[in-house]
Design a binder for this molecule. Sequence first.
Ligand SMILES: Cc1ncc(COP(=O)(O)O)c(C=O)c1O
Length: 406
Amino acid sequence: MSLNYKGQNLFIDNTSIKGIAKKNITPFYVYSYKKIKNNFETFYNYFKKVSPLVCFSVKSNSNVSILAELGKLGSGADVVSEGELLKALKARISPKKIVFSGVGKTDNELKLAIRKKVLLINVESESEALLINKISRKMNRVTQIGIRLNPNVDANTLSKISTGKLDSKFGLPSKNFLKFCKSSKNLKNIKISAISVHIGSQITSVAPYKRTLNAIRKIIRLSQINFDYVDLGGGFGIQYKNKDKKIDIKKYSYLVEKFQKETNCKIIFEPGRYIVGNTGALISKIVFIKKNGNKYFVILNAGMNDFMRPALYNAIHEIVSVFKSKKRISGKIEFVGPICESTDTFLKYKNFPYVKEGDYIAITNVGAYGSTLSSNYNTRPLASEVIVKKGKIKIIRKRQKITEII
Ligand SMILES: Cc1ncc(COP(=O)(O)O)c(C=O)c1O
């Protein structure tokens, strides 16, 4: 991440976290613009030879200011709801760069997407395609769709974020895909322009992507359709801990280059985590410290409602102190939230720099699926979000007022 110590004090890029914390109610999310830009450009450059359209996956971070910054860098958007579509449009991302995914889009969502002429609606069932055809006919339109293939590929990631196997709810298995291509010939108000896939998230090896490319090749051959686009989805894993495996995107890019030469389709990607995951931290204050048995509980004012991934996936996000003491606490230390759930716990340590009540800590790498998964559980307001750009601190979402949720 872009957190680093100067002496004993934690900084994000060159801005002191303590300085930001003094002016904002904790907990709050803080992001580095520099890191977001760097990640986007790094990702694009890996695939530069195929000039892909990169549609940032809005579900990973839907802050409108962040979407607008990504839009300025050339990003499109991958959206999965009316709300995400409206946010992408508000961020001035052109509908021509928006793809709409999701298994259960409603009438209203489809009407909006059709009316706004998004680049692709990636359909996930025959019924959805029929509904798009019907709505488009009424609007006197021909709508470009992609069909999401379920390639029956194991992404070798957590089962809860795996989406490409036949037993998952996503996409059409190849048999149904091919059957639909034939039967849809008389649907005059849709045009099948793309194949889309997304096999899961936090993927750290190239092998599942390679198998997916092969599954797509087969579909292209058997369907005999000239697809304009192939949307290869997202899923690129990041290093949450130093020893985590790093995905070899360079290696994958060679496979994509070869695939693109063969098929001559425009390539789309939908990365989320890779672009923003390591760009943000959640800053929280220590409310109390107590010792139960032989364990210290460090109770934070951030809870699982603010940051859900540890409770939801047992995800590990390192915690660092905003002022790093030279003394250490040793023994069992567990960082927990204030919520009335045993799963409201963040991480355990065997030793940690000395901290006391009232100190600030940072939960790291929370830029993706952090604020977007937060909730009002326990009737707690949503935290504010702040971005640091060229040394300036900007609030990009105000803390929710408690009166808004009463
Ligand atoms: C259809 C689709 N595309 C893209 C993504 C982004 O995935 P990631 O953040 O792992 O890149 C997701 C996330 O689950 C998704 O469902």
